[in-house]
Design a protein around this ligand. Sequence first.
Ligand SMILES: [Zn+2]
Ligand SMILES: [Zn+2]
Length: 345
Amino acid sequence: MTQVTEHGGGVWSIKVPIPDNPLGHTLVHVLDTGRGPVLIDTGWDDPEAWDTLVAGLTAIGVGINGIHGVVITHHHPDHHGLSGQVRESSGAWVAMHAADTEIVRRTRQSEPGTWLAYLAAKLTAVGAPEDHIAPLRTARATGRMRTLPGLRAALPDREIVPGELLDLAGRRLRAVWTPGHTPGHVCLHLEEDHPANLPGRGRLFSGDHLLPGISPHIGLYEDPDDATATDPLGDYLDSLERIGRLGVAEVLPAHQHAFPDAARRVQELLDHHEERLTGLLALLATPLTPWQLAERMEWNRPWEQIPHGSRNIAVSEAEAHVRRLVKLGRAEAMTGSDPVMYIAV
Ligand SMILES: [Zn+2]
Ligand SMILES: [Zn+2]
């Protein structure tokens, strides 16, 4: 029973475990509507997660076959993993922002080999050493690799349109587009009085965009078919400010726990990224490749202890910060450098 929390006003959360992951669990939210309960996110595609979700629903008097719809904050497997199984069991619709639906479509169609080739080329371009790239080439050549998560992810059948109210009987739930963590991340603003009369404007289902104790990963959007120099960190910081201005009474995030005072947390995260950008600028007093920059940045453990796959994520995060500095005119790529090197201006 401890996995279910009642938040009042027809809202519950269920702690759905994520296997082998330090995050621990996804908070799947249940929103009662006039046409049946709607889920916000579903959890990781795993038997234990499924059983926990079903048991949690049972505890609040809902059968899995009674789910009316599924609203997904973003395409990551700890949020969207069980959506297909929920839809099969209930006939529920599944809604997602178009930009993330595009990623689901692309991932389902992609061949692992194409992704490995893209990754190897990209890592070469940012200055990764040969001993880091070689295993990717070997995996591609031998056709041996782990299955990519997301190959079986459900294709959504409804689109979440930013700024609009979702079509939910008896509830006011408005989609707020918050790109950054993913290009199609959305927060959902429940524009109703807080059930315990906390001051502010309603409640916010914040997905991974705004978490009480974690700064979400902001990397590049990594689309092998799109060479546009996107600025995910810039998107994220803009999205944070947009959320801060909503003045919500309480945030219901997809990990950790609910919390009040969104504006304070937004400011902490803005400060955190500003500090990080300033630190990077100091490092870029001498020209560095994104890889060298990642090696010198502060992570939750020393670079030598960061495993192979996590180094790819780290270098993607380093690149996202460099992109931001370039967009701000505070750093630039050195002409003719290959792999590319950046320097503060
Ligand atoms: Zn995520
Ligand atoms: Zn997540």
